[in-house]
Design a protein around this ligand. Structure first.
Ligand code: LMR
Length: 326
């Protein structure tokens, strides 16, 4: 779908995961079949209805945005040409018992294809990458763009906003505050132990008991799994993820418009650690992530968490790089 944003920028949200109502068991299969059928025959009817239905549905919102629906590989170029911001949530979701990395096999190829489209049709666009495993798909996108000669590290942003939203919500519950008043930096990546909330840097300044720190860290790291299990086979977070994606996209648009002090956490090319990509707070501006902030002071618990996060992240990033290079 294409939206025209309030700041007059053009946004493409490219999704291969809009489904007709199906059994949970069929969901992953349909997603792939839908994509392949669209590619081979110009469209799976159920898939087509879902995409165009979603476009009609979203177009009724009185936001001032223009909504258009595009379908399948044939229309990818129409969907992408001239875009300033491309949001990629496409892919299959987890089922209970799966890790985000278990989605690599299917989602890696989807992200590769879509990023090749971005490189061809809107090489200057900012890309918001949501498709899991984000810890690997950002590296895949970077390699695709490098190959095409269009890579701008400032413009490739892995979306970790839902980790921050969860952290703000759970911390606010413990502190008895309104989540909108709470700011928890969440660094690292977007899977399990790589999601590292910095509770020592919470605003407003707060202290936590060791058991609160343990509880909050585990809950934030496993927020996605909590939703996957509650949905019991019917997918993963969609509504809270759409909220987080909209919040992050809006921040990118404000940056593109030239607003000052637009700061969000994101998984980006980084020199904060020895890893090629790492999530920290970044300042968003006209050219993307214009400033990548350092971690700030960490306590012992967070330093241990950081080592665990880096160890897992290194393998996930490498897996993404190798997918394109080999
Ligand atoms: C999330 O954090 O909810 C998403 O990454 C989806 C998932 O599989 O957990």
């Amino acid at each position: 779908m294409e939206f025209r944003g309030s700041a007059n920028q053009r946004i493409a949200r490219i999704s291969a995961h809009l489904q007709p109502s199906s059994t949970p068991q069929m969901e992953a299969k349909n997603s792939v079949m839908g994509r392949e059928n669209c590619r081979a025959k110009g469209g799976n009817p159920g898939f087509k209805v879902a995409i165009l239905g979603a476009a009609a549905d979203v177009s009724h919102m009185d936001t001032g945005a223009v909504v258009r629906g595009f379908l399948g590989a044939k229309q990818l170029e129409d969907a992408l040409t001239g875009m300033d911001l491309v949001i990629i949530p496409a892919g299959v979701p987890r089922k209970p018992g799966m890790t985000r990395d278990d989605l690599f096999k299917i989602n890696a190829g989807i992200v590769k294809t879509l990023c090749e489209g971005v490189a061809k049709c809107c090489p200057n666009a900012i890309v918001n990458l949501i498709s899991n495993p984000v810890n690997s798909t950002v590296a895949i996108a970077a390699e695709v763009f490098k190959k095409a000669g269009t890579y701008d590290p400032k413009k490739l942003l892995g979306v970790t906003t839902l980790d921050v939203a969860r952290a703000n919500t759970f911390v606010a519950e413990v502190l008895g505050l309104d989540p909108r008043e709470v700011d928890v930096p969440v660094v690292g990546g977007h899977a399990g132990v790589t999601i590292l909330p910095l509770l020592s840097q919470v605003k407003p300044p707060s202290s936590f008991t060791p058991s609160e720190i343990e509880y909050l860290t585990n809950r934030i790291q496993n927020g996605g799994t909590e939703v996957v299990e509650a949905k019991a086979g019917a997918g993963s977070a969609t509504l809270s993820m759409a909220y987080a994606a909209a919040k992050f996209a809006d921040a990118c648009l404000r940056g593109l418009r030239g607003d000052a002090n637009v700061i969000e956490c994101s998984f980006v090319a980084s020199q904060v650690t020895e890893l090629a990509f790492f999530a920290t707070k970044v300042r968003l501006g006209r050219t993307g992530a214009e400033e990548v902030y350092q971690l700030g002071p960490l306590n012992e618990y967070e330093r241990i968490g950081l080592e665990k996060a880096k160890e897992e992240l290194a393998g996930s990033i490498q897996k993404g790089v190798e997918f394109i290079r080999k």
